[in-house]
Design a protein around this ligand. Sequence first.
Ligand SMILES: [Zn+2]
Length: 296
Amino acid sequence: MKKHRLGEFSIDRVVEYEGPFAALQRIIPNITNEAIDANADWLKPLFVDQDNNAIMSFHSYVLKTRRHTILIDTCVGNDKPRPHRPSWHQQNYDYLQAMARIGVHPDEIDFVCCTHLHADHVGWNTQLVNQQWVPTFAKAKYVFAQTEYEHWEQAHRSALATSQPAPNHGSFADSILPVVDAGQALMVAQDFEFEEGVYLQAARGHTPGNCVLHAHSQGAHAVFSGDILHTPAQLINLGWSSNFCHDAQAAEDSRIALVHSLADTSSLLLPAHFPGPVAGHVVSHKGQFRFRGLGT
Ligand SMILES: [Zn+2]
């Protein structure tokens, strides 16, 4: 994705990893090989490989307005101990160099916005310095929906109290709490407005306090949709929630509402994990929906 103009705003992305991730059915359990085959003309090879593995990207978006630079979702992060997810364990990617390549210095980030607090959306919130997790974006306020924060704080505390494995691979302890301890967390309602035209909207289901971020400028509109959709293949059937959804029915309701609101409009969809063209439009096609990537 090249830098995209949205009215007076610009949108760019910082990629941590892009490539095959896992079998599509491990992510979306109800999807069938027949459904993939029937949609191969638009899914393959961009979004699904020949062995029906999902091609996924882990990236952050940088939204620049006249007033603010907002970093949206922060991937898995480097050096994080994630022994139960070997591909994420103590990663070492050139994410900060990738950010430098699009001309952004970490100290320029005014807000970090996590659509939800799963481990692959909070990782670069912190980095390891002298064996300590410290906020990567020294001058930023980190925006967390209060409902989302409270859910994971409770899960974190009860795991500690019962000696159970920490939720979300331990990311609450290494990627959220150091931000709170540094006084950089901003707990907000799920309709928080960053500035005129840039605001959160509740979209619960994937997690209890899951949000999407809307940006409007000069008649143009984009939605940073986090994990409402993990892969374009979910557009075949909006009832297909992911294995990682906390409440599959609520996630489906949120997915249906968002997709129907965007279909056949000029509004831009910016999901957290779509590879290739990354951002694009939802179009209806013979009674279902498809994703048309920017520039395709
Ligand atoms: Zn995710």
